[in-house]
Write a new protein. Structure first.
Length: 368
């Protein structure tokens, strides 16, 4: 007789400390600073949910994805939105499957029902039957239950939790605090292996103290220039270091202004890629200001922001000195003033100037 085949247990990778986790994250191109790596390590070691708050695009969601990749765990994602309910977050009964099941039993049930002359008796008989409709096999499993039922350890990402109504938090609490889910018709399922839970929030509403109490909390702000440069080169290796440095400087300058939306890391990466394309396609632009204006299309998403920046950068109004009149739109990680003034000729802009006057349009004409 051959031995029964059992699939090898996936290795549950644990990290010894923050430094080891930081390195593992770097290998999957996620660049964390020392403090953040230690906090994430703590959350995994203590198996406590980690609530990440902070402005858009600073790497909250990406942390969960990268943690899953670095640890070899599956990522289970619950995307929150207004109106999210138990049916989408936890489980739903699969009515179509239940109906099919009943239809298959119809003849057998019909035979038994034939024995009753009285409708009330027949109905009582039916009510007392267990057709097995409310068992695990008729459940459509949604992310929270999936994380609990998973035989292998997972990273559970509860993304943008502040978008749900507060009532959803009660549901989350059972999962986060007890590591379990109760389905009235079936019973309570307890997590087979504790998920590492990452919750993210953009702080659009205050989360309940009960939810916060169960989590480690960390505010993820904009990165330091060095870390942002590292992120750009990790995510877009085609970008030269000098170009990355220029785009990062520009973004940091913009973040000092009272914009509707400050440039996120993702937008800085886009702008750096755009700078590389501009350079490689030889789009002729006459000045650093013209290049910068093109890069603004990647960095800014509101006309009013673009106008404000153009006014400020054209020198009509001086830049606020050292953070000046306005605080950055969101906490900045250990802010230092941008190392170079925004209008210094730098690597992004070198090699573009001189030939044509009049920006992109003129450049195209020049090539015809
Ligand atoms: N520390 C980092 N290391 C590597 N890439 C990063 C890092 N932070 C951000 N990024 C890049 O920025 C992108 C946006 O990050 P992410 O989607 O995680 O932002 P977020 O904080 O979840 O924003 P939002 O609040 O809008 O959802 C990522 O896809 C990634 O390319
Ligand atoms: Mg996100």
């Amino acid at each position: 007789m051959t031995a029964p085949h059992t699939a090898p247990e996936p290795e549950d990778i644990r990290f010894a400390d923050g430094a080891e986790l930081k390195e593992a994250l770097r290998e999957v191109d996620y660049i964390a600073d020392d403090e953040f790596a230690v906090v994430v390590h703590l959350a995994t070691a203590l198996e406590r949910p980690l609530l990440l708050e902070g402005p858009a695009g600073v790497g909250k969601t990406e942390l969960a994805k990268s943690l899953a990749e670095a640890s070899g765990r599956k990522l289970v994602r619950l995307q929150c939105y207004e109106g999210l309910d138990d049916n989408r977050a936890l489980y739903e009964w699969d009515y179509a499957k239940q109906l099919l099941h009943v239809q298959m039993l119809r003849d057998r049930i019909g035979e038994k029902m034939g024995a009753f002359d009285d409708v009330a008796e027949a109905s009582q008989f039916l009510a007392a039957q267990d057709f097995g409709l409310y068992s695990e096999k008729f459940l459509s499993v949604r992310p929270l239950l999936e994380a609990i039922l998973s035989p292998d350890p997972v990273v559970l990402l509860v993304d943008e939790v502040d978008r749900t109504e507060e009532s959803m938090e009660a549901l989350l609490l059972e999962v986060l605090a007890e590591g379990q889910v109760t389905i009235p018709e079936v019973g309570t399922f307890t997590a087979r292996s504790a998920p590492w839970v990452i919750l993210t929030s953009n702080d659009t509403r205050e989360l309940s103290p009960a939810l916060k109490r169960r989590c480690l909390h960390y505010h993820l702000g904009y990165p330091t220039p060095q870390r942002e440069r590292d992120i750009v080169t990790a995510r877009a290796p085609e970008v030269e270091e000098a170009v990355a440095a220029d785009v990062v400087d520009l973004a940091r300058t913009l973040r000092q202004l009272p914009l509707r939306k400050s440039p996120s890391i993702a937008e800085v990466i886009d702008a750096a890629r755009a700078a590389v394309v501009l350079k490689s396609t030889g789009v002729a632009v006459s000045s650093q200001a013209a290049v910068r204006d093109i890069l603004l299309t990647a960095l800014l998403k509101y006309t009013s922001d673009v106008e404000l920046v153009r006014t400020r950068l054209s020198g009509e109004q001086p830049f606020p000195a050292d953070g000046g009149e306005t605080a950055p739109a969101g906490p900045v990680e250990r802010v230092t003033v941008a190392s170079r003034p925004a209008n210094t000729t730098t690597a992004v802009f070198r090699g573009h100037g001189g030939r044509d006057r009049g920006g992109i349009g003129a450049g195209r004409q020049g090539r015809r």
